[in-house]
Design a protein around this ligand. Sequence first.
Ligand code: AMP
Length: 122
Amino acid sequence: MAYSYDDQNIFAKIIRGEIPNDTVAETEHSLAFNDIRPQAPVHVLVVPKGRYVCHDHFAAEASDAEVLDFMRLTARVVAEQGLADGGYRTISNAGQAGVQEVPHYHLHILGGRPLGRMLQPG
Ligand code: AMP
């Protein structure tokens, strides 16, 4: 699969520091920031700083260091946001069927209230 990355997507601009974000945590290879339209009391987005379009792109092509850094940061966000005990949900939308709005890989971390069933029927 050849992935085409759009350098003008909004998360690329956030990573380059061209537009502001509400940073939660940052590491060498990854950034975590609050979603601008939160759908739960905690709604954090974790993104790799590298040019990856979606989950399968990142999982297939990122370096070991990038993958490890990303995963460890997700654990740190869960812990620091106080979600480990009460539970939470991670979501990564990909492509058209997944209704991905921003074409830079990101993991939503949602919690702080009961989140209901994973998907609506239909
Ligand atoms: P997705 O449908 O998975 O691509 O979701 C993209 C998410 O990015 C949505 O939840 C938006 O609210 C969020 N979003 C869009 N622009 C920004 C921004 N400038 N800062 C933070 N979150 C954003």
